[in-house]
Design a protein around this ligand. Structure first.
Ligand SMILES: Cc1ncc(COP(=O)(O)O)c(C=O)c1O
Length: 430
């Protein structure tokens, strides 16, 4: 309610003086509010805006803050490291430890660090193309792996096209990509049959077109097909780190060739990692030895900086604990059950998809098999109404769809408050 935000309105005016659309990053208007929320503080699972109003945060920076805002161990590590060097383009005495922690957790022996998950995915695709000597990549329709042009493609009446909405794009990435529907093994088999695809990049559960779960046995078949056709399998766990302490692939018993994790992996610091097998490490070394001199097209000067390294150690060691996950998973189950109960009490043709600490309210009676079905089920007007309704009552959910994420800091009371307001929403809607 605008009149309850005088300070926000004042600051919004100031923001509009020097920021495009009044925000430092244009996605920040995706909440479609009269003005964006302008924050004074983010701590644990709570946001406080400049008017002093609090919000239970179930968006958590769309996963970047999945382990809560400023987890104390990460904040302490950053504070310490800040006085001992921020960035040097060199390993620090903690870098070996990060490698150990990643290898132990994700069962892959070799790793690299980038600034963002977008960048990690970009590097993985480049390595995969260089290693295999193949140019094509394959993604599932409706995927999102960051603002990485190679993957901003989709299936349109059986043809691969670049996704609409991109600004200033010149290269035709669609001609270097194949796209199939998630859960469609037959289409995947056909797309890999000519042994021309370097890499399949995929989330183990699709989380960016609503949530689309793999059908039983799907990933076993995908793994087998990739191995048979020499296509490297890159699993992007950036969002599905919410599934459990070791991500989602290990829950499925799925062995990735590359594994990518960003956003929350360093407790909210801009950092991402990608891991790979020993065999790939050898092949990557060969690429480095034999390539012409010059820039590889991967990485940035700030990647793997000392501050990010310190945050990685703290997050992997002291924040992503089994106890933290036990809390997240159990409270998220309570949330999902509570939403389901309220939907069923009113006999609404909706459902809740939930995996680990992530739940998604969907306005159809049954789960989608593909992203296309999932996107067709979206109801932007109703979503916006629900998001605004909750926001005006001190609850924030993700603006893109109806995703609700539970952090180790989220409380029973916050979940109860979301459920109560959801109930009131349904009452008023009916
Ligand atoms: C699965 C997945 N991978 C990668 C990314 C890119 O992350 P970033 O925007 O931090 O680069 C996203 C962003 O939402 C994502 O959902």
């Amino acid at each position: 309610m605008v009149h309850e935000h005088p300070e926000t309105l004042r600051r919004d005016k100031a923001l509009r003086q020097h920021w495009l659309n009044g925000v430092p990053m244009h996605w920040m208007t995706d909440w479609q509010l009269p003005t964006p929320l302008i924050l004074r503080e983010a701590s644990g699972s709570t946001l406080v805006d400049v008017d002093g109003r609090s919000y239970a945060d179930f968006c958590l920076g769309d996963t970047g803050a999945m382990f809560g805002h400023s987890p104390p161990a990460v904040a302490a590590a950053l504070q310490h490291q800040a006085a001992h060097g921020l960035t040097c383009m060199l390993p620090t005495e903690q870098t070996a430890r990060v490698g150990e922690l990643l290898a132990e957790r994700f069962a892959l022996p070799f790793w690299q660090i980038t600034q963002t998950a977008t960048d990690a995915n970009r590097a993985v695709l480049r390595w995969a193309r260089a290693i295999t000597g193949r140019q094509l990549i394959l993604v599932f329709d409706g995927c999102y792996h960051g603002s990485l042009e190679d993957t901003l493609v989709r299936l349109e009446q059986g043809r691969v096209v670049t996704r609409p909405g991109q600004i200033g794009q010149v290269a035709d990435f669609a001609s270097h990509a194949r796209v199939v529907e998630f859960n469609d093994v037959t289409a995947l088999e056909a797309a890999l049959a000519d042994n021309a695809v370097a890499c399949l990049l995929a989330e183990p559960v699709m989380t960016n077109a609503g949530m689309v779960l793999p059908e039983p046995g799907f990933w076993n078949q995908v793994r087998e097909l990739c191995s048979r056709h020499g296509t490297l399998l890159a699993i992007d766990e950036t969002h599905t780190l919410s599934s459990g302490p070791r991500g989602h692939a290990q829950r499925l018993g799925l062995q990735a060739d590359f594994l990518i994790a960003g956003k929350a992996i360093a407790g909210g610091m801009p950092t991402a990692v990608y891991g790979f097998t020993a065999d790939l490490a050898r092949r990557m070394e060969r690429v480095l030895e034999t390539k012409p001199s010059g820039h590889s097209g991967m990485g940035t000067t700030l990647s793997a900086n000392a501050l990010a390294t310190a945050a990685l150690v703290a997050c992997l060691q002291d924040v992503m604990t089994d106890a933290a996950y036990a809390h997240m998973l159990s409270l998220s189950a309570t949330l999902a059950e509570g939403l389901r109960k309220r939907i069923s009490n009113r006999a609404l043709p909706w459902h809740v998809t939930s995996v680990g600490a992530r739940s998604e309210l969907v306005f159809t009676p049954t789960p989608a098999r593909t992203a296309r079905q999932s996107l067709a089920a979206a109801s932007p007007e109703l979503e916006r109404l629900l998001h605004l309704y909750l926001l005006n009552r001190g609850v924030l959910v993700t603006p893109f769809h109806n995703m609700m994420l539970v952090s180790p800091a989220t409380t029973d009371a916050q979940v109860q408050s979301l459920l109560d307001h959801f109930d009131e929403f349904l009452h008023e809607l009916s």
